[in-house]
Design a protein around this ligand. Structure first.
Ligand code: ADP
Ligand code: UVW
Ligand code: MG
Length: 400
C-alpha cells in the first residue's frame, strides 16, 4: 500500500510517499515559495540524488499537480498511475475540540476544519487548500486528516482553560489546545520502547524544539499539559515567535507604534523570538555560530531561549510531581548539543545528569545522553511526523 503524506504550509507543500509494507519512504520533497514565479521544487527518490528546479507555481493546486507529475514521471517517477496511491494523509494543525483522533475526510470533517479557521488563521487555510487540491488530483484515494491538536485533547480543564470569563470558553471555545501532538505522541512511544517500559508507567517530558517549539507533559501515555495554547504562539521562545508575553503589551504597542492588529500579529509570529532579539536570524545554527564569534545579541537571545525552556521543563516536573524521561526532538532538539547540554546543566537539582561524550554523538537513532547515575533518563528521539501521519492513514484505511 502506498500512502502520500502532505503538509501544506502557507507557502509550501512538504510531501512524502511511503510504501507501508515496510514503512519505507519511496520519494519525498518540498515545494517552497508557492505564489511566486520562482517557486523552488525539490524531489528526491530514496537512494538517488535530490533534484531541484524553479517553476512558476501560483497556488497549492499547481504545486500538487507538479508533485504528482514528478512522482509519475516516465524517467524519474516512482508510480505509474495515480491509482497506486491508496491514501493521502494530511497534516491539519488545528482540530479544535472536534477531533481527538485522526479522521477520514468527509464533508462533515471538512466543515469542522473550516470552523476552526478562526482559531488557526495561519495554519488551517493552507491545510484546507491542500486537502481540496489533493482530493481533486486523487479522487479515488482515501483522504485522512491528522491533527496536531488531537493528542492534547486529554488535557484536564485545569490545564487547558484560561482564567478569563468562563463564557468565552462556552461561547467561543477560547482554551488551550496544544500542537505538535503527532510528534509528541510518536517520540514518547519511541522513548518508552527504548527504555523497555510501558508508556503507561512513565512520566515523560517531551521537548519538541524546531522552528515552532513546544514542551509536553505526558503522564501514563496521555498529554496532561503542553506549552502551546489556543494558537501555536503561546509558550516557549521560538525561531520567529515570541511565546508568552504579557497580553497588555499588545494594545500598548499598537498605540505606541501605530500598528494594526494584523501587523502586531505578524510581529509576534514572524519577527520575534530568536529573529526578533538578534535582528539577524531565526535559525539556531546561525545564532549559535554568531554567539561563538562573540555577538552579544546572539548570546542574549540564546540565554533567553534556554532560560524559558528550562523554566517550562521545571514547571512540568512540578506539575507531574516527578519525571522519568526528558526527551529532546525536532531540528534544535535533535541537533544542538549546546542547547541540550545547557538546558540540562541547570536541572541538576532534579537529578538530571548529562554525559558530555554521549551528548556529542551525532546519530539518527534514539539515544541516551544521561549518565548511568542520572535519576532521569535524558534521550534524543528523532521525530517523524510524516511516518506517524502515514500510519494513522493506513489504520483508518484498514478499518474502513
Ligand atoms: N546542527 C544544528 N544545530 C542547531 N540547530 C539546528 C541544527 N540543525 C538544525 N537546527 C535548527 O532546527 C530548526 C528547524 O527545526 P525543524 O524541526 O526542522 O523545524 P520546522 O518547525 O520547520 O519543522 C532551525 O532553527 C535550525 O537552525
Ligand atoms: C504548530 C506549529 O507550530 O507547527 P510548526 O512547528 O511546523 O510551525
Ligand atoms: Mg515542525
Amino acid at each position: 500500500m502506498k500512502i502520500l503524506v502532505i503538509n501544506c504550509g502557507s507557502s509550501s507543500i512538504k510531501y512524502e510517499l511511503f510504501q507501508m509494507e515496510d514503512e519505507m519512504v519511496i520519494a519525498k520533497g518540498l515545494v517552497e515559495k508557492i505564489g511566486t514565479e520562482s517557486a523552488i521544487v525539490t524531489y528526491q527518490v530514496t537512494g538517488k540524488e535530490e533534484r531541484m528546479e524553479t517553476a512558476e507555481i501560483l497556488d497549492h493546486r499547481e504545486g500538487l499537480n507538479l508533485v504528482l507529475r514528478l512522482l509519475m514521471d516516465e524517467k524519474e517517477g516512482v508510480i505509474k498511475s495515480k491509482n497506486e496511491v491508496t491514501a493521502v494523509g494530511h497534516r491539519v494543525v488545528h482540530g479544535g475540540e472536534y477531533f481527538s483522533k485522526s479522521a477520514i475526510i468527509t464533508s462533515e470533517v471538512r466543515q469542522a476544519i473550516r470552523k476552526t479557521i478562526d482559531l488557526a488563521p495561519l495554519h488551517n487555510p493552507p491545510n484546507l487548500l491542500g486537502i481540496s487540491a489533493a482530493e481533486q488530483q486523487l479522487p479515488d484515494a482515501t483522504h485522512v486528516a491528522v491533527f496536531d491538536t488531537a493528542f492534547h485533547q486529554t488535557m484536564p480543564k485545569r490545564s487547558f482553560l484560561y482564567p478569563l470569563p468562563y463564557v468565552l470558553y462556552t461561547r467561543h471555545k477560547i482554551r488551550r489546545y496544544g500542537f505538535h501532538g503527532t510528534s509528541h505522541k510518536y517520540v514518547s512511544e519511541k522513548a518508552a520502547a527504548f527504555v523497555g517500559k510501558p508508556l503507561s508507567d512513565l512520566k515523560v517530558i517531551s521537548a519538541h524544539i524546531g522552528n515552532g517549539a513546544s514542551v509536553t507533559a505526558i503522564e501514563n501515555g496521555i498529554s496532561t499539559d503542553t506549552s502551546m495554547g489556543m494558537t501555536p504562539l503561546e509558550g516557549l521562545m521560538m525561531g520567529t515567535r515570541c511565546g508568552d508575553i504579557d497580553p497588555a503589551i499588545v494594545p500598548y504597542v499598537i498605540a505606541k507604534e501605530d500598528l494594526t492588529l494584523s501587523e502586531i500579529q505578524s510581529m509576534m509570529n514572524k519577527h520575534s523570538g530568536l529573529l526578533g532579539v538578534t535582528g539577524m536570524s531565526s535559525d539556531m545554527r546561525e545564532v549559535t555560530e554568531a554567539m561563538e564569534e562573540g555577538n552579544e545579541q546572539a548570546k542574549l537571545a540564546i540565554q533567553m531561549y534556554l532560560y524559558k525552556l528550562r523554566k517550562t521543563i521545571g514547571a512540568y516536573i512540578a506539575a507531574m510531581n516527578g519525571i522519568d524521561i526528558l526527551l529532546f526532538t525536532a531540528g534544535v532538539g535533535e541537533n544542538s548539543t549546546y542547547v541540550r547540554q545547557e538546558v540540562c546543566n541547570n536541572l541538576s537539582f532534579f537529578g538530571i545528569e548529562i554525559d558530555t561524550t554521549q551528548n556529542n554523538i551525532r546519530s539518527k537513532e534514539v539515544r541516551e545522553i544521561s549518565t548511568p547515575n542520572s535519576k532521569v533518563k535524558v534521550l534524543v528521539v528523532p521525530t517523524n511526523e510524516e511516518l506517524m501521519i502515514a500510519r494513522e492513514a493506513k489504520q483508518l484505511v484498514d478499518q474502513s
